[in-house]
Design a binder for this molecule. Structure first.
Ligand SMILES: [Zn+2]
Ligand SMILES: [Zn+2]
Ligand SMILES: [Zn+2]
Ligand SMILES: [Zn+2]
Ligand SMILES: [Zn+2]
Ligand SMILES: [Zn+2]
Length: 175
């Protein structure tokens, strides 16, 4: 009893599907023609990479180098001692610029601050990551500037855009 019911349902479904197919075929007045864009192969040379399978690296934009994260692309790192000022408070005179006797401090020549001797007044060292260049080699493309083409996934050819890989397409008949 139950099996009979399922069978009935399946027949109904099958009939519905074939009816739908007929409807699609009738409503499609186009003529089936071979695709000459892909020469009936269904695949064309990837227009994005021109068949090289490679495209500009997305990460570095094809430059092969990116801003150094350690120094923000400045090429220098702040000196820890003077916080990048290049100057340090004069301890001898306690930044007053004067000695206890009221004479100008010889260490800082009366300015109250003296050149940082850790960074020699430059305020920073050449960044160790990029060696002061401000940019470092892109890890994604290893500095080559080229990466795998995302359009063809590095396969060099993609599905034909005109026939969508079907090797043929429907050409509308003029009434
Ligand atoms: Zn095609
Ligand atoms: Zn890159
Ligand atoms: Zn310093
Ligand atoms: Zn001083
Ligand atoms: Zn750096
Ligand atoms: Zn490609």
């Amino acid at each position: 009893m139950i099996t009979k019911g399922i069978k009935k349902l399946n027949t109904f479904k099958l009939g519905y599907v074939s009816l739908l197919m007929c409807f699609i075929l009738i409503s499609c007045s186009g003529k089936r023609v071979d695709c000459d864009t892909c020469d009936r192969s269904g695949r064309i040379t990837c227009p994005q990479c021109m068949g090289e399978g490679q495209a500009k690296c997305i990460y570095c934009g094809g430059e092969g180098r990116i801003d150094c994260a350690s120094c923000d692309g400045r090429g220098r790192e702040h000196c820890d001692w003077c916080a990048g000022d290049g100057q340090m408070d004069c301890r001898k005179c306690n930044t007053s610029g004067k000695t206890a006797g009221g004479q100008p401090c010889k260490t800082c020549e009366g300015t109250g601050s003296r050149r940082c001797n850790i960074c020699s007044g430059s305020g920073g060292d050449a960044c160790k990551t990029c060696r002061g260049a401000g940019k470092k080699s892109c890890e994604d493309c290893e500095g080559g500037g080229m990466g795998t083409c995302s359009t063809c996934d590095g396969e060099r050819s993609i599905r034909c855009i005109r026939c969508n890989g079907n090797r043929f397409y429907f050409e509308r008949e003029t009434p």
